[in-house]
Design a protein around this ligand. Structure first.
Ligand code: PMT
Length: 236
């Protein structure tokens, strides 16, 4: 049975951010947006009012989802904060941690710096932490953690440091899973401990994550009752 999320407003971030160095170069990462788009699509199918803040990706907008396209971490922050208030925020985006302090307005010449080039980078705002600590805080704030090692320790650290309700951890750097792939393997960390969502298509894992989100909201008295009339997800 698929549980309804009707009546809830859910904001999801997805994809990478691109931080411009000059008009032709940027710092980016390998996020395709598939994980976040799968969550947005599944939430809309369950009747939620979904706003998807998407970094630069090549994916079609899922049915019933409102989408805002952004490029940089600063733009993503602005779009996410403008989308609040919401009942749930799910930060699946791979947001750049650093951005060039002074992006050049003209293409940098390789002849200008000799054999080496130093980039002056500054930290980007932590969107997830800002969402979790502001006055209009969603009832449930869910972050992701992409790790190549020490998955559980890093995830628990982020749960605490960013003051979120759940961290969805994925082991990346494994062939066929994580960044870019259609499949993933997820474990959710929250105040109760850890919940393995297993491995499989991102579309299926999105459904399992939303079941957990629903259960958590229901426990807090904020979720709609299960609605057996919602059709199950289409198999990927
Ligand atoms: O897009 P796909 O190809 O489908 O791949 C999916 C994914 C691997 C990108 C996704 O499942 C995932 O793990 N996303 C988070 C990746 C990440 O950047 O993790 P992080 O450990 O750097 O960040 C932790 C959390 O803080 C994330 O929820 C992130 O959105 C958030 N964050 C990070 C930095 C920042 N400046 N602002 C943030 O909000």
């Amino acid at each position: 049975m698929t549980v309804s999320l009707g009546g809830l407003r859910i904001v999801v971030s997805a994809g990478p951010t691109f931080e411009d160095i000059d008009p032709v170069r940027f710092i980016g990462n390998r996020s395709s947006g598939k994980m976040g788009f799968a969550i947005a699509a599944a939430a809309a199918r369950r009747g939620a009012d979904v706003l998807l803040v998407a970094g630069p990706v090549a994916l079609p907008t899922p049915g019933g989802v409102q989408r805002v396209d952004v490029r940089s971490a600063a733009q993503m922050r602005e779009a996410v904060l403008a989308a609040l208030p919401a009942d749930v925020y799910i930060g699946a985006a791979a947001v750049a941690d650093f951005t060039p302090r002074f992006p050049a307005t003209h293409k940098l010449k390789k002849s200008a710096g000799g054999d080496a080039m130093l980039l002056d980078l500054v930290r980007t705002p932590d969107i997830l932490a800002q969402v979790a600590t502001q006055a209009r805080r969603p009832r449930l704030v869910v972050g992701f953690a992409a790790e190549t090692q020490d998955l559980a320790r890093s995830a628990r650290g982020k749960l605490h440091d960013k003051r979120v309700d759940m961290i969805v951890a994925n082991q990346v750097g494994v062939a066929g899973s994580g960044f870019e792939a259609d499949d993933n393997a997820l474990t959710v960390f929250d105040a109760d401990g850890s919940h393995a969502l297993g491995a499989g298509p991102k579309t299926q894992l999105a459904e399992r994550l939303l079941d957990l989100v629903h259960a958590r909201l229901q426990r807090a008295g904020a979720a709609p009752a299960p609605n057996p009339t919602i059709p199950g997800p289409t198999q990927a």
